[in-house]
Design a protein around this ligand. Sequence first.
Ligand SMILES: [Mg+2]
Length: 272
Amino acid sequence: MEVVRKPGLIALFDVDGTLTAPRKVTTTKMAEFMQELRKDVTVGVVGGSDLIKISEQLGKTVIARRVCAPFTPSYNIASAIIRDYDYVFAENGLVAYKDGILIGTQSLKSFLGEEKLKQFINFTLHYIADLEIPIKRGTFIEFRSGMLNVSPIGRNCSQEERDEFEKYDKVLNIRSKMVSVLREKFADFNLTFSIGGQISFDVFPGGWDKTYCLRYLDKFNEIHFFGDKTYKGGNDFEIYESERTIGHTVTSPEDTVKQCTALFLAKNNGGL
Ligand SMILES: [Mg+2]
């Protein structure tokens, strides 16, 4: 279907906290809003998670409208989601799709090399082993293609345990203390640490934050970015601050809809 687009303009969205409530799946209303918006402007998403997780967060309601299957495998959701947005940047853009087609990948393994990677993982696991916190579960380091996700409590914890850890961390700064130790220890690796979500932080090479995806958007001269963690240390900070983007801070998915409506869809606003 041919659509009328504002040439050179793209609206780019963070996922968690921006298009969905934290850790939740998107609402049908939001999914429909994004498809409406897409008729007028080019739309992209950039998330820190891998494509499967992003798709699970964004895809289910879209899928539900399309196929009445009681169970839809993740890869089907993923293939739907890359078609529902003009650009989908998983892992901050290290895995990039345009019009449903993979246009680029980058990996931590090939960038750092096995030896440095092992040094980092060994040290981090030792640090967690010595950490005194109320509970620990499993999956303390999740290896993704473009980053490591480190969780002192372990990613397999329940939602309740996750909420408890978040409260505990707010008082005792477990994650930020750990990050300062790792930052100092591995200063020569040129790594960036980003605390996001409730229980973990991401580790990736310098420059591999969300601004990484901008290299695929050269043809756009007006890039609007919407994110909830745009403050210093938040995982939207770099792209929000980037000279290439016009940054918008949102407080919830409802706020995202409100701001986008005012910016892009209000027909008589005399603006765009
Ligand atoms: Mg977010």
